[in-house]
Design a protein around this ligand. Structure first.
Ligand code: C2E
Ligand code: CA
Ligand code: CA
Ligand code: CA
Length: 278
């Protein structure tokens, strides 16, 4: 797993030059990639900090370009968002992720799959229909699907966005607020939205052990999550010191390179069969 992680890193480093791939990420380039099946989903394990059990995985899209190799989402998602192509790409990721989670379920593993939504998707009046179709076609129990939204997507709290949140919640799908702490959420508003999880932004976790402010913010977010009856998730956990600190702060779930890099579904499956990853 270590060496494949390094490989992924190396391929990414080559494709990291966003400028260099920008000309590929045109509307027609991305449309063609979708038709040719060049996108793939990698899964990063999420671990319960009490039990050490893998409870699920975040689905992260990559573009496996025939010449450029693996292109990270940061190099094409913003362009896909501008052109609107994020809607069909996002639907493909959702379907693929539901299919994978349903397969985990058939294999006897109750793993939640967390899928990132973009603002464009959340603004579509047919979002809930798309989710219903992905669940029905895969046979996945809605309880094992989680949708990740960011605070900034909620600032534009239009009627459509609020209706979408209500509709997907009514299906039994879980909701999490991604990159929490970087936006300007109205806390009362978050409380009203019936979200299930807060994912503390990686920037706070990265210097949790070295920066007093980050440590205090992280502690406060965990406390707030618990007082609102939400699960606190830490992302970007890279070392044991940070992991220990998060357990001390009673954070519920962690995700990061220390526990597992994004990779194939098989790796997540193997980890999920362990009694504890610690
Ligand atoms: P995100 O949702 O905040 O995802 C977490 C990012 O942090 C991922 O980068 C992941 O590989 C990386 N990461 C995980 N653990 C660690 C760690 O320990 N250290 C460090 N330094 N990084 C870590 P990735 O895969 O490059 O994705 C970047 C962003 O692209 C995501 O950020 C998300 O905003 C977006 N994205 C990825 N997949 C999708 C998708 O299917 N749809 C949409 N709309 N956006 C996506
Ligand atoms: Ca995310
Ligand atoms: Ca995040
Ligand atoms: Ca992010």
């Amino acid at each position: 797993a270590k060496s494949s992680g390094r490989n992924t890193h190396r391929f990414f480093a080559e494709a990291m030059n966003v400028e260099a791939v920008a000309h590929l990420s045109t509307r027609s380039g991305l449309r063609r990639a979708l038709e040719r099946g060049e996108f793939l989903v990698q899964y990063q394990p999420q671990v319960n900090l009490d039990s050490g059990l893998v409870i699920g995985a975040e689905a992260l899209v990559r573009w496996n370009h025939p010449e450029r190799g693996m292109i990270p989402p940061g190099a094409f998602i913003p362009i896909a968002e501008d052109s609107g192509l994020i809607v069909p790409i996002g639907e493909w990721v959702l379907r693929e992720s539901c299919r994978q989670a349903a397969q985990w379920q058939s294999a006897g593993l109750s793993l939640t799959v967390a899928v990132n939504l973009s603002a464009r998707q959340l603004q579509r009046p047919d979002l809930a229909d798309t989710v219903v179709a992905a669940l029905a076609d895969s046979g996945l129990d809605p309880l094992f699907l989680e949708l990740e939204l960011t605070e900034s997507m909620l600032i534009e709290n239009t009627d459509i966005v609020l209706a979408n949140i209500r509709k997907v919640k009514a299906l039994g799908v879980q909701l999490s607020i991604d990159d929490f702490g970087t936006g300007y959420s109205n806390l009362a508003y978050i409380g009203q939205l019936a979200v299930d999880k807060l994912k503390i932004d990686r920037s706070f976790i990265a210097d949790l052990c070295s920066n007093h402010d980050s440590a205090r913010i992280t502690a406060a977010v965990i406390q707030m999550a618990h007082s609102l009856n939400l699960t606190a998730v830490a992302e970007g956990v890279e070392d044991h010191g940070t992991l220990d600190q998060l357990r001390h702060l009673r954070c519920d779930v962690a995700q990061g390179y220390l526990l597992g890099r994004p990779g194939s579904a098989d790796v997540v499956e193997r980890m999920a069969r362990q009694t504890s990853v610690f």
